[in-house]
Design a protein around this ligand. Structure first.
Ligand code: ATP
Length: 243
């Protein structure tokens, strides 16, 4: 479970995250939805411990992401925007390396990797070196790496970035399975349709602030709009960034 309390982060004059609070529960998919530059990635970076908040706090299963970052790191799996993978290693070696960092070894690790290869449809390239991989292949490797240790909390920054239709469907399947298994899934996107399709809860962010929060139905009702896209436009106050 992820709890965000009055989180703030600025970069010089830019208030990237300006007093954001929300909760992402276990067994649910929560979407951070907002136009480009809204503050989604900055919020996620504070949750996955790479950025220190100016004020406020983020708790992952009750542990403070800044003050107890080591504990938090063991219970999260993260897919970042530009997930750097080691190009000189094969896809399998990349995933294996991360598994070992999380204390997995031997048959247990091999079985887990084979499971992910199957789910993410990676057979064709799992033993190829990553140099020259397509965006979709890189995303799959990064996602497998994020999930190898079966983290309780899964944070995905724009997970369908660069994926084709089939890969996007595969990824949705993976995300839904994580939810069914009781994981807490928090993903960011600027694509309203994607969030509406997948998420149980939506946190709409604009200019570093939460402008609406609730189930897709709540958000439609709050804005008096039948159509979620219209509700989104109303919430963010412009049509900028619609996917
Ligand atoms: N390291 C940084 N230095 C300066 N400004 C930054 C930095 N990181 C983020 N910002 C600014 O903070 C604001 C929020 O950026 P952020 O990346 O969190 O947005 P986002 O909602 O993830 O956008 P996108 O959908 O385009 O990825 C933007 O104005 C951005 O330019």
């Amino acid at each position: 479970m992820i709890e965000v309390h009055n989180l703030k982060k600025h970069f010089k004059a830019v208030k990237a995250v300006d007093d954001i609070s929300f909760v992402a529960e276990d067994g649910k998919i929560t979407g951070l939805l907002g136009p480009n530059g809204a503050g989604k990635s900055t919020t996620l970076k504070m949750l996955y411990t790479v950025l220190e908040p100016d004020s406020g706090k983020a708790l992952i299963d009750g542990f403070d992401s800044h003050k107890e970052s080591m504990t938090v790191q063991s219970s999260i799996g993260v897919l970042t925007h530009n997930a750097g993978i080691y190009e000189r290693l094969t896809a399998r070696e990349n995933i294996c390396y991360f598994g070992e960092l999380h204390g997995l070894t031997g048959e247990h690790l091999n079985n887990r990797i084979n499971e992910l290869v199957d789910v993410l449809d990676m057979e064709k390239f799992i033993d190829r070196r990553c140099k020259g991989f397509s965006q979709g292949q890189k995303t799959k490797v990064a996602l497998a790496r994020a999930l190898v240790h079966k983290p309780k909390n899964v944070l995905l920054d724009e997970p369908t970035n660069g994926l084709d239709v089939m890969a996007t469907r595969g990824l949705r399947e993976v995300i839904l399975r994580l939810k069914e298994a009781g994981h807490c899934v928090l993903l960011s996107s600027h694509i309203m349709q994607e969030v509406a399709f997948l998420c149980d809860e939506i946190v709409i962010i604009a200019n570093g602030k939460v402008v609406a929060n609730g189930s897709p139905d709540d958000i439609r009702n709050l804005s008096n709009e039948d159509n979620l896209e219209d509700a989104f436009v109303k919430a963010i106050g412009s049509e900028e960034g619609l996917g």
